[in-house]
Design a protein around this ligand. Structure first.
Ligand SMILES: O=c1[nH]cnc2c1ncn2[C@@H]1O[C@H](COP(=O)(O)OP(=O)(O)O)[C@@H](O)[C@H]1O
Length: 172
């Protein structure tokens, strides 16, 4: 996930329309015998976005064990790791341009990058409507979790607010 943090603290979260018609974050499988989570994610970002984006452990937000149902093979489990990379607005615009032109996976695995609407519109629309779309795996709760952490990093007890506190099942 990429967020722009400008002087006015506006957020510009980015997701992508996948080849299967579901919304998700840029990323993919990492083989830990060959690379670390961070180098694997940087590799996937290069393929899907067409821009070199170095990822470090400091960008990690949350990890989650997915039910076997969401793994590619029913006998193995899947652990999802969410990283949030904060970028300047100009860098985000560069990512949007490259993702739609030079990125290797554009038009194949990735159909396009999408800005998440963080506003509300009277009646319906905005973020509420966006969340009602279909997401891959636990991407919906990953989005909510990262937004909560960006806007409300800690509760009064100093504990991070999680999607669970908002009764969101991570895999629905
Ligand atoms: O944005 C995401 N959030 C959470 N889980 C995801 C996301 N994207 C993919 N996954 C999970 O990872 C699995 C593999 O995803 P994908 O097929 O995109 O990886 P690949 O491109 O490395 O083959 C998916 O079946 C899904 O369970």
């Amino acid at each position: 996930m990429h967020q722009c943090e400008c002087n006015s603290r506006c957020l510009f979260p980015q997701m992508q329309m996948r080849f299967d018609g579901l919304l998700g974050f840029p990323g993919g499988f990492v083989n830990l015998q060959k690379e670390t989570l961070e180098t694997g994610l940087s590799r996937e970002l290069w393929e899907e976005l067409g821009v070199a984006i170095p990822i470090s452990v400091e960008d990690h937000v949350v990890s989650c064990l997915a039910p076997a149902l969401f793994s590619s093979t029913s006998s193995s489990c899947l652990i999802t790791h969410l990283y949030v990379k904060r970028m300047e607005e100009e860098q985000i615009l560069e990512v949007e341009r490259a993702a739609a032109s030079t990125a290797k996976d554009h038009g194949h695995e990735v159909l396009g990058m999408i800005r998440v609407p963080l506003y509300t519109i009277k009646g319906e629309g905005g973020l509420a409507s966006f969340l009602s779309h279909s997401f891959i795996g636990n991407a919906r709760s990953q989005l909510v979790e990262s937004l909560l952490q960006s806007y409300m990093p800690a509760t009064s007890q100093g504990l991070p607010i999680t999607a669970h506190a908002y009764n969101l099942c991570p895999f629905t």
